[in-house]
Design a protein around this ligand. Sequence first.
Ligand code: ARG
Length: 455
Amino acid sequence: MTLWHGRFSGQMDQAMADYTVSLPFDRALAAEDLLGSAAHVQGLVHVGLLTPDEGASLLEALETVGQEMASDSFLFDPSDEDIHTAVERRVTEIAGPTGAKLHTGRSRNDQVATDLRLWTKRELTELQADLLELCRVLERSALDAGMTYLPGYTHVQRAQPVLLAHHFLAHGWALLRDVDRLRECRERLDVSPLGAGALAGSSLPLDPDFVAARLGFARRFENSLDVVADRDFVAEALFDLAMIGIHLSRMGEELVLWSSEEFGFCTLDDGFSSGSSMLPQKKNADAAELARGKTGRLIGNLTGLLVTLKGLPLSYNRDLQEDKEPLFDSVRQVRLGLRAMAGAYATLAIHPETMQRAADGGSIAAIDLAEYLVLQQVPFREAHAIVASLVRKSIDEGSALDELVAAHPLLGVEAAALLAPGVAVTRRTTPGGAGPIPVAIQLDRFKAAIMNAEN
Ligand code: ARG
């Protein structure tokens, strides 16, 4: 039997039921639905719409439903179109006629919005912990990296040497911005929709502030039409999750490159690689590749929801049911991705010699020569041209750059010494720069930022 059988004489067609049912996925909201219903019952008692006895019997029935669900003994009925219907049906079976009072002053429209906000709030809090865990791994990797350096790249061309710690921390700061975004998203979604009813509030003396406080929401809705139609928080969460995915994807792409024989900068632990069913020698970075690959779907989940929302008139429309699957999927995939990447980074074997050899070669310290000339009062553009012509000459003639530099009247042996292995990276001394002095300060600031975000 449907919740609206009084209005209808005919049965719902099976094709319609199959198409519109949401129970297979909104079962994930069971715990929140029970919490929301319990607060609603308490609210009804509070304003005298239920007697304390009626309230107690409904709360007891909700409790029983919770136990049945937890022990997997809850029997769903083919007529349960969604989790809200299932819970109300079972509460009525257990509590008898009082069950018919559970939905007083409430609609599934404010109910589902309440459930989903509670669910999102909790899940984003947990994800924040997973993000911070990966930040901790990067902090550890930065510490372990010590004075190891590698080429910093722009356009995937060797540009300037940077400390490996600086490189790891670069990813860390991006993830800390994600932590911040999740926190802000949670703060904005911390609004209780309960009491908005189907769309317009109620003639009954409900107290939305009371139920908002019972559910631990920071505040109640300001506008009933808005709150039953508002899925901004889902779109925002999906953006934040896609952004985390993009960060993981960039980190993953880097692991794929670095662990290739061409780079040889690191080796992935066996626990975070897979082999080939045909080629005996292969060791592949599959988790890193999936961090890249799955991000396509995270972006798809975001754009799909935005398209669903864009043409909807106020207020609730059934289209809004399409908010859940993308959200559940993105939360799950990001959680799995964060954990896999934390493991891959924590167990990564770095090859400092290969990294440093790549950063010592050729003309990667050319800018240091130009800056040497700047300190001799040569205007930068002229200095750039002088060094560039020496680089070109060394390439054209196949001669060593340091010898050309040593022989140059404005440069000489002191400048040539800047090209020696390991020197250039130590000269990046400015705040936030890639050398040992600023990186040590940065590492302290990063630790403090993690601690701050944990509280
Ligand atoms: N399954 C629905 C959803 O996810 C619940 C709300 C149904 N409301 C309605 N008026 N049909 O949005």
